[in-house]
Design a protein around this ligand. Structure first.
Ligand SMILES: [Zn+2]
Length: 415
């Protein structure tokens, strides 16, 4: 490994309001697109971890495939900026197998809570957060995975500023064939890329980069960049900032969306307002931001190119000086890793999905996957359905689940 000697101050620890998880054990800490997350104590080592129940798994074939995909992704990920499964609870006999519980690392907060909190966010914080978001995304995209719901609430953070991308309930494998349609239920509206708003039936990793651009602006300005009431107004706010796009940038848009843009007044770009987001909106910051907020997905910067932007040099340095797992210190200095932003070792495979033809078969596949995943590992954990904590968990889940969960529309809460 390359050795560079550097002197840099540690990132100031971010002040977090004590999270509920620290004060009261075993209570809900948040909801993803599909599922509830609880903070629990692992009885094997006393460590606080997050327990996620994956709901309605065996309702139909679509939910079966969705949950199996998310489960396999969580077990596939090996990256410090992407949340992964630490363990899966032991399933009961297949006849009684109805629910899946996954254990992940417990993080203290998320970027949404940090942004809306009164605590100051310095340029150093913004740089180290943005660096980690892009570092995690580069890994996901190199595995062929689109997250499709990158938003501040899905970026978990700890008090030492470590960040992990979470919630793969809407993640999909990239579709290389542009003639194949992809579903529309993607991304919370404020972070939705223009090509998705315009009904494009085929999209790629650029949709996640658009979301990162919106989050970057939100970190700078401490407010949502494009906060619209409807998808049409969302598009209008985007063109207010970027100007009316050329026809070439709307190549994949549906006819109605294109007509909406062409019917309206011709708007000039007003990107200079980005300098007014905050004092931290320097030339370098706005330059990178403008490369992410590009209307045409083909011209938008990629994750790995964004990582080469000089704005992220300091974030990289800070991350690898005191936060990462890939570099280490020796008395004479810091020994740095060979690859600061490693791609995935192999693409994520989803070929198994085609072999899943019925809910019962899906149940067997998932049951076998969990059992094989656990073999030779730690003492398996299972839920004690008689425990008071579990009864609260279930009661709470049904309360939220009946209000929130739906198979086709996306909804998520932030507590
Ligand atoms: Zn490192």
């Amino acid at each position: 490994p390359a050795r560079i000697s550097l002197h840099i101050n540690r990132v100031s620890f971010i002040q977090l309001v004590p999270s509920p998880a620290e004060m009261e054990p075993d209570r809900p800490i948040g909801y993803g697109a599909f599922g509830v997350v609880w903070s629990v104590t692992d009885p094997r080592d006393g460590r606080k971890v997050a327990l996620k129940k994956m709901p309605n798994v065996f309702q139909n074939l679509v939910s079966c495939k969705r949950v199996f995909r998310e489960l396999r992704m969580l077990c596939f990920f090996k990256h410090d900026n992407v949340l992964s499964a630490l363990d899966i609870l032991q399933p009961p006999q297949i006849d009684c197998f109805e629910e899946i519980y996954v254990i992940t690392e417990l993080m203290q907060s998320d970027l949404h809570k940090v942004i809306v909190s009164p605590q100051p966010l310095t340029t150093d914080h913004i740089k180290v957060f943005l660096y980690q978001i892009l570092r995690g995304l580069k890994y996901l995209h190199s595995a062929g995975i689109l997250h499709r719901d990158i938003k501040p609430g899905n970026l978990l953070v700890n008090s030492n500023c470590l960040l992990k991308i979470c919630d793969f309930g809407l993640a999909r494998v990239e579709e290389p064939d542009p003639s194949r349609h992809m579903t529309q239920e993607v991304v919370t509206q404020y972070y939705r890329a223009p090509e998705v708003l315009m009904g494009s039936r085929h999209y790629g990793p650029a949709i996640d980069i658009w979301s990162v651009g919106c989050i970057f602006a939100e970190l700078l300005g401490r407010r949502i960049l494009f906060q619209a009431q409807s998808p049409i107004q969302q598009l209008d706010l985007i063109t207010d900032l970027l100007g009316t796009p050329p026809l070439s940038a709307m190549a994949s848009a549906c006819e109605g969306a294109r007509a909406h843009i062409l019917r309206g007044p011709h708007k000039p770009p007003s990107l200079s307002v980005l300098y007014m987001l905050s004092d931290a909106a320097t030339h370098e910051a706005v330059h990178l931001l403008c490369r992410m907020l590009v209307f045409d997905p083909a011209k938008r910067i990629s994750g790995s190119d964004a990582l080469s932007h000089p704005y992220l040099d300091e974030g990289r340095l800070r991350y690898h000086t005191c936060m990462c797992q890939c570099c280490y210190s020796v008395p004479s200095g810091r020994v740095y890793t060979r690859d600061f932003e490693p791609p995935a070792e192999r693409p994520f495979s989803h070929s198994y999905e085609e072999s899943m033809l019925s809910v019962w078969q899906g149940k067997e596949l998932i049951h076998r996957f969990i059992t094989e995943h656990q073999q030779g590992k730690r003492v398996p954990l299972c839920i004690n359905p008689q425990s008071a904590a579990f009864k609260t968990f279930i009661r709470f889940w049904y309360f939220v689940g009946s209000n929130c969960h739906s198979e086709t529309s996306h909804c998520s809460f932030n507590l």
